[in-house]
Design a protein around this ligand. Structure first.
Ligand SMILES: NC(=O)c1ccc[n+]([C@@H]2O[C@H](COP(=O)([O-])OP(=O)(O)OC[C@H]3O[C@@H](n4cnc5c(N)ncnc54)[C@H](O)[C@@H]3O)[C@@H](O)[C@H]2O)c1
Ligand SMILES: N[C@@H](CCO)C(=O)O
Length: 782
């Protein structure tokens, strides 16, 4: 079973209550085999650093005071969490360790990293024992036995083996963060945010499926939420943007934390241990999240120009000063942004190769998609000018723009920048399934139509799905070059992958447009609804599924506040569903629906004059894109039966297909077998049709295929689709080939019915009808 690594930072473990809260999280979120990585409790590392400094300064009194402070804090935690024997044992272990520290200090043999390691060792031990006390099989582990470095480089193969050997039992392992050892068994630390790094490293070594970083913030925000109340918490951001933010010094994630995940599928999330119910931020792989906008601020930085930088030099410097250093090149010159208090150390290392360009700078960087960055930079410059903020240095890169200023960017200015620059547009991700006759035309029309919708809503087509392959791009597919993108980037997929990828989309709204003729695809609707997708269907299968399934689908949509539009499933682009809905909204009661609801059958019956065989006309209708993929769905009357059922359900009737009588327009025997077999027997269809045609003529009538639904006084329903011989002068006899006609009677339209007539099939009108559904969905979401 896939393992998960959970990491709890110091703030999550700052008191006995916090340990108890963390233990509850572990009990509800972890299983045997998972790992929990812990930092030192509260400010323990800072106190240990002070202890080290007093040792170095030979401050004996200071040393013993700080040691006592540490002892009191740890003893307080132990006494609050344990009793009797476990308490005595933990206190005695603590006492022994403090005595060893005192002894080493006296002997002048203390080591900095080994001293700092105590913070994590104590938290792992306390949490491990506390979980055991609660009955959870847990064991604390010293990460120095798992992670070994040689000359500053982690020995990945060896570490992977150590993890496999030492973390093989079905218990929960509570592992120390931050620390490792070198090949001579000396303690080394993994640097700033080292525990996060330990967690992702461990996840890589044990092939975990996910890492959760539990912290005191709720996730990753568009800007500092303590300064800007309207900061947006993003449920998903992609790794590249998280990495860029980290390089720019944003404190939520460190660049190093992300590196062990680089070529893996391990999921990473940042979530609050103080608010377990809050939605976390997931850091997802490229393509699984669209680019977000951020403003990250800087304080007290120096800008230095460097002659030449060796490979890896910036990360070494960054390690030295325990802070991210942002590096960039502009006009052929290399620059570094250094926290002012560390500039001296950096310049010393770069000895003579660097000089300060600007000092004591404040400022911010806007991070956004490359398509937006130039426009955002111009807008930011204007806003700063309006706010009288002087820009001392400014740099635009592919995915960010940097503004270094004299004054601090206070909360008011930051709020203005955030309001103007960080998009809060409402967004809709569109997934289009089925690129056949109608689907291809729909995508063509999308170019123009999506551009129109963009004026009201941020609409992006993010996936094109055929039966075997799909093209998925969370940032949006370029509609003018989609065929090319399809050639280069489409992939085979399974339904599970499709649902998972749709679930990963971090858009405010999502819609799946089903232009397939596939029952199997409509079977996915409940899963799509579970992923919060609205639905638009040209496909009739879900609308005509068994009542129980259909009802449940409608309830599921209702519960999740989702919309389902299916304008084109009856009458192609004709607004029949609108007409029925409008009548009912105005208090009317519909009693009769009669007419011709099949474009194919309308065209066939109106076009047939005996000059060519009926089956050759069927093939022509197929070519024109009127028929279902298998035209027998039309000839059997099944397609029209489906349409009548959809209309019946629209007027509030609980019917199933079996409740609608059906008379086929072809011999029953031709329904079996493949389409090719049908073609070899097409003469049987011709003979059948000719006979019906002649019978109608003999009665001085014409042959049509019609449907009718009557709601009787008693409330009983009579519904039928089948062959009809109609008067030559009737409206149905004189339909333009391919047209549908709906004759609606209601309480208010009783003697003079409401009639709706027009093309009932065809690629263009149907595709346009689906666009109408998309338009109305956007209006409903606005
Ligand atoms: N043709 C019309 O005039 C018209 C009018 C109204 C409604 N419709 C409905 O629109 C739908 C499409 O009609 P069409 O004429 O374009 O049919 P089509 O057969 O030309 O196209 C359907 C496409 O869906 C694809 N497909 C099948 N299963 C799939 C799956 N599981 N996932 C993704 N794609 C899949 C097929 O490969 C095919 O390319 C049908 O449900 C039809 O009833 C058509
Ligand atoms: N085959 C269908 C397409 C529209 O649903 C028809 O001819 O009416």
């Amino acid at each position: 079973m896939a393992k998960v690594v959970h990491k709890f930072g110091g703030s999550s473990l700052s008191s006995a209550e916090r340990y108890q809260a963390v233990a509850q999280i572990v009990l509800s979120h972890c299983r045997a085999g998972d790992c929990v990585v812990v930092s030192a409790a509260g400010k323990t590392t800072n106190t240990l650093v002070k202890l080290w400094q007093s040792y170095q300064q030979d401050d004996i009194q200071g040393f013993s005071d700080i040691l006592l402070q540490l002892e009191n804090h740890q003893a307080e935690l132990i006494k609050a969490l344990f009793q009797a024997q476990p308490q005595r044992q933990l206190l005695s272990q603590l006492d022994t360790e403090l005595q060893v520290i005192t002894l080493h200090a006296k002997q002048k043999t203390l080591h900095e990293a080994a001293l700092l390691a105590h913070g994590e060792l104590w938290s792992a031990r306390i949490l491990g024992c506390y979980l055991t006390q609660l009955g959870f099989a847990a064991r604390h582990v010293d990460a120095r036995r798992l992670f070994t470095l040689h000359q500053g480089q982690l020995l990945h193969q060896q570490n992977k083996r150590s993890c496999a050997e030492q973390l093989s039992e079905r218990v929960l392992y509570v592992v120390t963060g931050f620390i490792a050892s070198d090949v001579a068994n000396n303690t080394v630390t993994l640097g700033r945010n080292g525990s996060d790094y330990s967690a992702t490293l461990l996840a890589n070594y044990i092939d975990a499926s996910a890492v959760s970083i539990w912290t005191d913030t709720q996730g990753v925000f568009s800007t500092d939420p303590r300064k800007v109340a309207s900061a947006i918490k993003y449920p998903k951001i992609c790794r590249a943007q998280a990495h860029l933010l980290a390089r720019l010094g944003n404190p939520v994630l460190h660049a190093k934390t992300l590196s062990p995940l680089k070529h893996t599928n391990i999921k990473l999330q940042v979530r609050s241990s103080f608010d377990v119910e809050a939605t976390p931020t997931e850091i997802v792989k490229e393509g699984y999240s669209k680019a977000k906008r951020f403003i990250t601020t800087f304080d007290d930085l120096d800008l230095i120009r460097v002659d030449a930088l060796a490979q890896g030099e910036v990360s070494e410097l960054s390690h030295l000063i325990q802070h991210s250093i942002h590096q960039f090149t502009t006009k052929g010159e290399a620059f570094l942004l250094i926290p002012a208090q560390s500039t001296h150390r950096v310049l010393k290392v770069l000895s003579g190769r660097a000089n300060i360009v600007e000092s004591a700078l404040q400022g911010f960087a806007i991070v956004a998609s490359s398509a937006d960055i130039a426009q955002l930079q111009t807008l930011a410059a204007q806003l700063l000018n309006e706010q009288n903020v002087v820009v001392r240095f400014n740099h635009q890169d592919k995915e960010y723009a940097l503004f270094l200023t004299d004054q601090a960017i206070d909360s008011d200015v930051l709020a203005i920048l955030h309001d103007q620059l960080v998009s809060k547009d409402r967004e809709l991700a569109v997934v289009i399934a089925g690129l056949g006759n109608v689907g291809e035309v729909f995508v063509q029309q999308c170019q123009h139509q999506v551009a129109r919708l963009q004026q009201q809503f941020d609409v992006k087509v993010v996936a094109l799905v055929r039966s075997k392959k799909m093209l998925f791009s969370a940032n949006g597919i370029a509609l003018n070059t989609w065929q090319q993108q399809w050639e280069n980037e489409s992939n085979t997929y399974s339904n599970e992958e499709l649902i998972e990828r749709i679930g990963e989309l971090d858009y405010e709204h999502k819609v799946v447009i089903d232009i397939t003729a596939s029952e199997a695809f409509s079977d996915l609707y409940p899963q799509l609804i579970n992923q919060d997708c609205h639905l638009i269907s040209a496909n009739k299968y879900a609308g005509t599924a068994q009542s129980a399934w259909y009802q449940q689908l409608c309830e599921q949509l209702f519960e999740r506040n989702l919309y389902w539009r299916y304008n084109t499933s009856v009458g192609a682009g004709l607004p029949i569903n609108f007409a029925l809905a409008d009548l009912q909204h105005s208090g009317d009661r519909i009693t009769h629906i009669d007419g011709v609801f099949s474009g194919t059958l309308s065209w066939l019956c109106s076009s047939f004059d005996g000059s060519q065989t009926f089956s050759s006309l069927v093939l022509e209708a197929q070519k024109m894109g009127y028929t279902e993929p298998d035209p027998r769905e039309d000839l059997s009357g099944r397609d029209m039966q489906r349409k009548l059922l959809i209309l019946a359900r629209d007027i509030g009737l609980t019917l199933d297909l079996a409740d609608i009588e059906l008379e086929p327009l072809m011999p029953q025997e031709l329904a079996q077998g493949s389409w090719d077999e049908f073609l070899t027997r097409r003469e049987e269809l011709d003979v059948f049709y000719e006979q019906q045609y002649q019978s109608a003529l003999a009665q001085e009538k014409v042959l049509r295929y019609t449907g009718s639904l009557h709601v009787l006084e008693s409330g009983k329903v009579k519904a039928k689709v089948g062959i009809a011989f109609v008067d030559k002068s009737s409206a149905i006899a004189n339909l333009t080939p391919g047209d549908n006609i709906f004759v609606i009677k209601s309480v208010w339209y009783e003697l003079n019915p409401l009639v709706l007539q027009g093309p009932g099939a065809g690629k263009e009108v149907t595709a346009a009808g689906i666009h109408s559904d998309l338009y109305w969905l956007v209006q409903m979401l606005k």
